[in-house]
Design a protein around this ligand. Structure first.
Ligand code: XIL
Length: 300
């Protein structure tokens, strides 16, 4: 096939991109979006500071724009994200009482998931809960500090009750290298969840890589997680300077793992990227295909 989405579909996978509502009026942007991609992730529009800026007051306008547009075109949607320490409104981070936070968290998960019921293929239920470095433990956050280690399990249980259909993912960065303590911490959590019947269906590997691309162990990491009985997805791929080899290695790691169900790049053109200074994406500022695009298409 001649596009990323169509080629990925030949093996039953999706190929997606992050989308920003503010760019949907740019015809050059939407032309590439609709030609190449069959899944979209709202880049910021489903985050807590946008969807519930004050307690119980939901704002779904920006996410609706993306979801309605994608659904009308037959593009699938990844939900990102329900529980995260970042882009979290001040009214949540200043809660001091566990019972209040638990009900606020459950209400947020339920309300956002209900809004998009039937239209999301995978939800990032919890994002970036593990600490960097060698601890292998959760990072501090209002959720961790008030609810303890159990907050992740509670979030997944609330998500399954809200909507049994979408795949429920744990999503994080720097968990691509098998031997890293952070990877091992997430692996132990997923193994424990599966052993105890906590509802988790997938792990998202953000895959924000440096110039060298993925660690040599990336495919091993994907297959070891898959062996626990979860799907794996590459959810936010970008690679500093977009070396074609680095992109091809990333795509191959996914293609070689049956339970790797799809790849999402974190933006369309370099000018759309949160790392735009590093030119990490598949299309240049003029919307032209870069060498990394051809390498990616060939590896799919
Ligand atoms: C980034 C967005 O791309 C930026 O526009 C925003 O300013 C900050 O967040 N991990 C994630 C994503 O899970 O939500 C982040 O997206 C990038 C890192």
């Amino acid at each position: 096939a001649s596009t990323l989405g169509a080629q990925a579909a030949q093996s039953g996978r999706y190929f997606g991109t992050a989308v920003a509502a503010g760019r949907l009026g740019d015809g050059a942007y939407t032309a590439i979006l609709d030609r190449e991609f069959n899944s979209v992730t709202p880049e910021n529009e489903m985050k807590w500071d946008t969807t519930e800026p004050s307690r119980g007051q939901f704002n779904f306008g920006p996410a609706d724009q993306i979801v309605n547009r994608a659904t009308a075109r037959g593009q699938r949607v990844r939900g990102h994200t329900l529980v995260w320490h970042s882009q979290l409104p001040g009214w949540v981070s200043s809660i001091r009482d566990a019972d209040t936070l638990r009900s606020v968290m459950n209400n947020h998960i339920t309300s956002v998931m209900n809004r998009y019921k039937g239209r999301i293929h995978s939800w990032d239920v919890v994002n970036e809960a593990f600490a960097d470095g060698g601890s292998g433990q959760h990072r501090p956050s209002v959720f961790q500090n008030l609810l303890g280690d159990g907050f992740i399990e509670q979030a997944f249980r609330a998500a399954r009750s809200a909507d049994p259909a979408p795949k429920l993912c744990y999503n994080d960065y720097n968990i691509e290298n098998w031997s890293d303590a952070k990877t091992q911490g997430v692996y132990r959590m997923v193994r424990d969840f599966k052993a105890r019947g906590v509802p988790i269906d997938c792990v998202g590997f953000q895959s924000h890589f440096g110039t060298g691309g993925p660690p040599a162990s990336f495919q091993t990491t994907l297959s070891n997680f898959a062996a626990l009985g979860v799907d794996v997805q590459i959810t936010e791929l970008d690679i500093a300077q977009a070396s074609p080899t680095a992109y091809a290695n990333t795509v191959r790691a996914c293609m070689n793992v049956a339970r790797c169900k799809g790849i999402t790049v974190w933006g369309i053109r370099d000018s759309d990227s949160w790392r735009s200074g590093e030119n990490p994406l598949l299309f240049d500022r003029g919307g032209n295909k870069k060498p990394a695009y051809n390498a990616t298409l060939s590896a799919l």
